[in-house]
Ligand binder design. Sequence first.
Ligand code: NSP
Length: 222
Amino acid sequence: MAFTFDDLQRACQSEWDAYIRHDFVQQLGNGTLAGDAFRHYLKQDYLFLIQFGRAYALAAYKSPTLDDLRQAKAGLEAIIGLELGLHIDYCRQWGISEAELQALPEARATMAYTRYVLDTGNRGDLLDLHVALAPCLVGYAQIGKWLSERPETVRGEANPYDHWICMYEGAEFQQAAAAEEAWLNRELAEISPRRFEQLVRIFRDATRLEIDFWDMGLNQRM
Ligand SMILES: Cc1ncc(CN)c(N)n1
């Protein structure tokens, strides 16, 4: 049997749905999310993206083939080149300067998630690391698509979070996530059922940590 990314998602469907359709996401789509909750999330996400940049750099270091190395570089570009650049501009529009971002302390949820991924990558192999990274890239692409398709989502100037939705539903982010999913599908096709179960555990844990990250934003917890 050849496993795929969809099998990973199905194995953790309840956690995956709780992540993709989290209250934070729904309120953001409806335009009703409290501004302070969004600002808290934005600040922590800056710190998150820097650590995830390191994780993709670790994936590059662990890549045995040129194809693997190119995939790690594409992930690094999506996070550091595309997303973090837009993020810094976006923070400025929300009254948060780059100097303020650089001086921020990390919330516990940020530390827990990012260090879990780095630790998984350090002690495991390249596939363990990409599976731990998948909820980030593939998950936000699904969130962007889900928000753009659901009828309750408020679009345009009536929603202060419309730019955020545009970033994740946009072609560049969607293509980066599709490339990551394709890489995962090639690797998952080769593994045994026992190895798949090990990867399900990693995927579930990373997805649960994404849920905690949304909770942290909603509750403005440090
Ligand atoms: C917490 C989190 N997870 C995922 C993404 C999308 N790269 C993000 N910006 N922040």
